[in-house]
Design a protein. Structure first.
Length: 274
């Protein structure tokens, strides 16, 4: 009788299984933030347009329309808070295109094979956009000072104004990131984002809301952008604030909460199909 003996080497019982460990701490987020910043620095046209377009609008309203709107020459002090929000909107709009491009070029497929938190991709886009927009906003404020903007804010009021601007930039960036996830292409993401870019024109950014027609005045007074502009204007120029600060912070936090939940749902839904 022949006995068959299995000579294949057996796996030691103590041999460790191969496990893909996730990066510790915020390593993944830091990598994607650096990735997004690198893309922003290479896309110099988008960065320049985020600065040049609001600056040109400020110069247009100050030197072309400013004399008719305020013959005393102080219109630049009124218009700068609205221009700051326009600058934030133009800068954040590119986030929608970057996110939509990631979702349509297949790079997400590669990221999903790695042991990474899904939210790290969006975090990179959002944080890089906030940093980019804060830089662009600083340039716009510097140009405003050169053309006659004379704020009366104290150092503490400047800190509060910058904090509110940063909060608004974060909120609008999260919204544009969610729009980029919802869009089917970078081109459609840019088109959808135009609605958000148009809101400052229907607010108190350029003229007081009471000068508008009744039906438009009601909308301008109760839409989210107006209390944010009025709060920034009050902090920088000493105008009456009322309860606009509470509304401004509340609207920004609401935007962030809605965009974060919507964006997370869209990312899981779309990335899960791949």
């Amino acid at each position: 009788m022949t006995t068959l003996i299995d000579t294949a080497p057996s796996r030691p019982a103590s041999a460790p299984a191969l496990v893909r460990a996730r990066p510790a701490g915020l390593t993944a987020e830091a990598v994607f933030i650096r990735r997004s910043i690198t893309h922003s620095l290479r896309d110099t046209e988008a960065l320049l347009m985020a600065v040049i377009l609001p600056t040109m609008l400020m110069l247009l309203f100050t030197y072309v329309f400013g004399g008719a709107l305020d013959p005393s020459g102080g219109y630049v002090n009124y218009v700068v808070p609205g221009i700051i929000l326009l600058c934030a909107g133009f800068g954040a709009s590119s986030t929608a295109m970057y996110v939509a491009r990631d979702m349509t070029t297949g790079i997400i497929d590669r990221f999903r094979t790695m042991p990474l938190r899904a939210g790290a991709v969006l975090t990179g886009h959002v944080v890089a956009s906030v940093l980019r927009n804060l830089f662009a906003t600083g340039v716009v404020i510097g140009v405003a000072l050169l053309v006659g903007f004379r704020p009366t804010a104290t150092p503490l009021e400047w800190v509060a104004a910058i904090a509110l601007i940063a909060l608004y930039i974060l909120a609008i960036t999260y919204l544009f990131a969610a729009i980029g996830l919802a869009a089917s292409s970078p081109e459609s993401a840019s088109a959808y984002g135009f609605i958000l870019l148009f809101l400052p024109y229907l607010s108190s950014a350029f003229v007081p809301v009471e000068t508008l027609p009744d039906w438009l005045s009601w909308f301008a007074e109760h839409q989210p952008i107006t209390p944010i502009i009025e709060t920034i204007r009050s902090l920088l120029m000493g105008t009456p604030m009322g309860d606009s600060a509470w509304w401004a912070v509340g609207w920004c936090l609401l935007f962030i909460a809605v965009a974060a939940v919507w964006g997370a749902w869209l990312f899981r839904r779309k990335a899960g199909r791949r």
